[in-house]
Design a protein around this ligand. Structure first.
Ligand SMILES: Nc1nc2c(ncn2[C@@H]2O[C@H](COP(=O)(O)OP(=O)(O)OP(=O)(O)O)[C@@H](O)[C@H]2O)c(=O)[nH]1
Ligand SMILES: [Mg+2]
Length: 304
């Protein structure tokens, strides 16, 4: 018995655990990376910048470490709006209290927007650079020079070329992060995947499909709320509302004969069933709520 206790104490003494903020400019692949590191789709992704609007954690536990990854919105330097100010504040806040930062860069280029994010990095916190999308690199020789350029930008603890989409070099990235984590017992049970509940994830999956299926303008004018979420035996019954800013956007979202909205709901439901591991009944309404993104009160209501 004493030996068992001693062994557990020894195991904890070498176990590492902490919060790892994933930051970077919009669309570099932060959420794709979080999902790949966790091995489940937790955080929504799309080709459009500023898909992520909420802070969300993804938890990965192995024999030696527990990583509590914190996904953040892309740090926005171009468009000022009340919502964007909030998102930028969320990035700064998630940097305030973390053990390690992963700065995601695009392996193809370093931009002014990357430099703006680097300027936010908190002194004294180890930062690992992940040069993402190496699968899409056309010129591998130029990439070697870029790695040298990246090394000049900040005293990174390590620079790891990765592909979040293909899963390339993720164990190497995890090793570098683990080295920088503090020794600590795990903070979450080992099979926990996120700090967010199914209600939140359901709303996010709907938002993802809007970002993926609609044109450039409408997704930015929408937000999603889950009105009811009930268990009916093994079935999850979910009623949600998509809010838009103008009646014209409602028409676009619904599409001819409601077909667009139907496609959004079908795709969202399929993701929910995969993650929740059971059948889902989903009904989505679309309502116009003018100026939902313009007042602090309504932003707070939608959890921003
Ligand atoms: N080729 C390639 N594409 C990638 C890779 N990782 C992400 N992407 C794509 O890049 C786009 C943006 O990915 P996201 O994960 O949503 O990026 P993000 O940084 O979270 O974006 P925001 O939340 O909007 O700031 C998506 O179309 C992804 O499929 C990668 O390793 N290779
Ligand atoms: Mg994202």
């Amino acid at each position: 018995m004493r030996n068992k206790v001693a062994n557990e104490a020894a195991a904890h003494a070498s176990f590492r655990c902490g919060h790892v903020a994933i930051v970077g400019r919009p669309s570099v692949g932060k959420s794709t990376l979080l999902n790949a590191l966790v091995g489940q789709k937790i955080s929504i992704t799309s080709k459009k910048p500023q898909t992520t609007r909420y802070r969300i954690t993804g938890i990965a536990t192995d024999a030696h470490a527990q990583f509590v990854f914190v996904d953040t919105p892309g740090f926005q330097t171009k468009h000022r709006s009340r919502l964007n100010d909030r998102l930028n504040r969320a990035v700064q806040e998630s940097l305030a209290d973390v053990d390690v930062v992963v700065l995601v860069l695009d392996a193809a280029r370093v931009t002014e927007a990357d430099l703006a994010v680097i300027a936010l990095l908190p002194p004294g916190v180890p930062v690992v650079a992940a040069a993402n999308k190496v699968d899409a690199l056309a010129d591998k020789a130029a990439f070697m020079a870029r790695l040298a350029e990246i090394a000049q930008l900040y005293p990174f603890a390590a620079i790891v070329p990765v592909s979040a989409e293909k899963g390339t070099q993720l164990p190497a990235l995890k090793d570098e992060i683990a080295k920088a984590l503090p020794q600590s017992a795990p903070l979450y049970p080992e099979d926990d995947l996120t700090d967010r509940d199914e209600r939140f994830l359901a709303a996010e999956f709907i938002r993802e499909k809007i970002f993926r299926l609609l044109g450039d303008e409408v997704p930015y004018a929408t937000t999603v709320a889950v009105d009811t979420f009930e268990m009916d035996g093994a079935l999850r019954r979910i009623h949600a509302t998509v809010y838009v800013d103008k009646p014209g956007q409602r028409a676009i979202l619904l599409g001819e004969g409601g077909l667009q909205m139907k496609a959004i709901a079908t795709h969202a439901r399929s993701d929910m069933e995969k993650l929740f591991g059971g059948p889902v009944f989903l009904e989505v309404f679309v309502r116009v709520k003018r100026g939902w993104a313009d007042t602090d009160a309504s932003l707070a209501r939608f959890g921003y």
